[in-house]
Each structure stands twice: as structure tokens, then as C-alpha cells.
Design a protein around this ligand. Structure first.
Ligand code: CP
Length: 304
């Protein structure tokens, strides 16, 4: 059996801590421009993004290159699925050509799980529908740990389209594993999750939801997953839920302002806040490379 990276239900805390430890090692190597030992040179990774991506696709690409792994990024507009080939047949075709590992982003929940179950190819979930985006959650945790030495007693507020955010779902699972007990979800009623999420409390008021928070994670409205009549009007949304200096006075003075990206300036966050010293947005992007190096290394180390 090959190893996969799909969600936090199928991975132990021990493995999460190992990956974080290796990510710190790779971050140090990158920043100090030291050579990176790797023995994965004959390996090939395919990035199959059936939905748009900047950060995830290309940081997996850069991470693989730093490990000496060859990558392919098929043009999704010219793949043979447009001639009727099933997604499973596309995967087994890549496997037959010698691909060792795939990253897949897909609009359907659990599509990466299906691929992992049905093929013998190491699969990384790069975001499935509204379900999970585990590598982004690991990046966010890695970034928080750079600034907050303990996860005990910290308050983390997640603001925005919680209902449709795969990042939020993965972040909540991961923080719960790490022992965080105070996770607040803040959104207008139409973007509230339809079911209660264990270990969270819900607010529809931004000021109350971020009161004394140590970390505030802003989310993009997932317009691609919403019916037009359910998409909040941008200006109204910004006034009630946009992160801006006046409202941030309710959080702790040194609260981290996070966002997995891509950001929509003037909707969920203003430019002053996004570009402020408290913002970790660019740090999250930079951390994407060492964290994804550690994920790839973990999978390839556990090959049969
Ligand atoms: N955070 C994130 O998944 O960004 P991309 O859509 O650019 O990959």
C-alpha cells in the first residue's frame, strides 16, 4: 500500500508532528541556502488541478523541484477527459507511464479519496470541493507555531464563508487534534455551516467573534460554489465582516491576521490590514514550500 495525504482523519498526531518537524528543517535549509539532501531523483509527480490554483499547484511544484523530483503539470484543457475518459482511467494512465505521486484538486468532495482507494498511486489532496484542503491547514498551523509557542488557551477566530471553505474544515480538524479548544466561527447566516461543527462556537457579529482573539483567519467567499442569489453583496459584506483596523481593536493587540489566499481586497480584508505587520499572508505563502516538501517526503519515504 502506498501512503496518501487526504485529510486529518486518516493521519495520526505523531505523523503531523513529524511533518512539521521536517518542514522546519526544510525552511531552515531554504533560508540559509544550504544544499538539501534528497534521494528521490528518479521520481515523477503529476499536478492535476481540475480547479484554478496559484499557491497550491506551484508551491507543490517548487517543493518537488527542491527535492529533486521531476514534475508534470498537464494542461487540463487538452487532457483526454475531454474525449470522455474517466478520471480514474486518466490516473491509471499516468501511473502506467511511471508517475509515482499525484496532487489532485477537484470540485467534487472525496474525489482524491476515491483515487487513492481505487489506484495504487500516492495521492495528495490539494483541495476537494467544500471538504478538505489539508496541506493548507498544515501551512497555517506551521505559521501560527512560528509566533505562538503554545496552542493551549489560545483563541482562534475564523471569519467568512465557513460553510463552503475546505480550508476551514481542515483547519478546524487540525487545530482540534492539536488541542485548541476555543475556535470561533464568524459569518453571516447564509454562510453559516448547516450543521454544528464539533469544538467550535458560532457568532454572526464580527466584533464579538474576534474579542480577545490571538489569531484571526479570514476566508474568501467561495462564489464558485454559491448560487448567484446567495452571494452577499460585496460592499455590505465588507462593512459587516471585512477585516479592517477599526474592528481589529477588539482582538488582542498582537493577534495574527491570516488568510489562505487568494485574497479579495475590499471584501473580506482591506489593504491596510492585509499588508500590515500583523498579517502573515505572505509568510503563509512562503511556508507553503517547506511544508509541502515535508508532505512529499513523508509519502515517498513510506513507499512500499
Ligand atoms: N490557498 C489556496 O489553495 O490557494 P490557491 O487556490 O491559489 O492554490
Amino acid at each position: 500500500m502506498v501512503a496518501n495525504f487526504l485529510d486529518f482523519e486518516s493521519i495520526s498526531k505523531k505523523v503531523i508532528l513529524e511533518i512539521l518537524h521536517r518542514a522546519a528543517h526544510f525552511k531552515h535549509k531554504i533560508e540559509s541556502q544550504e544544499a538539501i539532501d534528497c534521494s528521490f531523483k528518479p521520481k515523477i509527480m503529476a499536478n492535476l488541478f481540475y480547479e484554478p490554483s496559484t499557491r497550491t499547484q506551484y508551491s507543490f511544484e517548487i517543493a518537488a523541484h527542491k527535492l529533486g523530483i521531476k514534475t508534470i503539470n498537464p494542461n487540463m484543457q487538452t487532457l483526454s477527459h475531454l474525449k470522455g475518459e474517466s478520471l480514474l482511467d486518466t490516473m491509471t494512465t499516468f501511473k502506467a507511464m511511471g508517475v509515482d505521486i499525484i496532487t489532485i484538486r477537484h470540485s467534487e468532495n472525496f474525489m482524491p479519496h476515491f483515487i487513492a482507494n481505487e489506484t495504487n498511486i500516492s495521492t495528495i489532496n490539494a483541495g476537494d470541493g467544500t471538504n478538505h484542503h489539508p496541506s493548507q491547514a498544515l501551512i497555517d498551523l506551521f505559521t501560527i507555531l512560528q509566533y505562538k509557542k503554545s496552542m493551549q488557551d489560545i483563541i482562534i477566530s475564523i471569519v467568512g464563508d465557513v460553510a463552503h471553505s475546505r480550508v476551514a474544515h481542515s483547519v478546524i480538524s487540525l487545530l482540534t487534534i492539536m488541542g485548541v479548544t476555543n475556535i470561533r466561527l464568524i459569518s453571516p447566516a447564509e454562510l453559516k455551516p448547516t450543521q454544528d461543527i464539533v469544538n467550535t462556537s458560532y457568532y454572526d457579529d464580527l466584533s464579538k467573534g474576534i474579542e480577545n482573539s490571538d489569531v484571526i483567519i479570514a476566508l474568501r467567499i467561495q462564489t464558485e460554489r454559491l448560487q448567484n442569489n446567495n452571494i452577499p453583496e460585496k460592499n455590505k459584506y465588507y462593512l459587516k465582516y471585512g477585516l479592517q483596523p477599526s474592528v481589529l481593536a477588539h482582538a488582542k493587540k498582537d493577534a495574527l491576521i491570516m488568510h489562505p489566499g487568494p485574497i479579495n481586497r475590499g471584501v473580506e480584508i482591506d489593504s491596510i490590514t492585509a499588508d500590515s505587520k500583523q498579517s502573515t499572508i505572505q509568510q503563509q505563502v512562503a511556508n507553503g514550500v517547506p511544508v509541502r516538501m515535508a508532505i512529499i517526503e513523508h509519502l515517498l519515504k513510506h513507499e512500499p
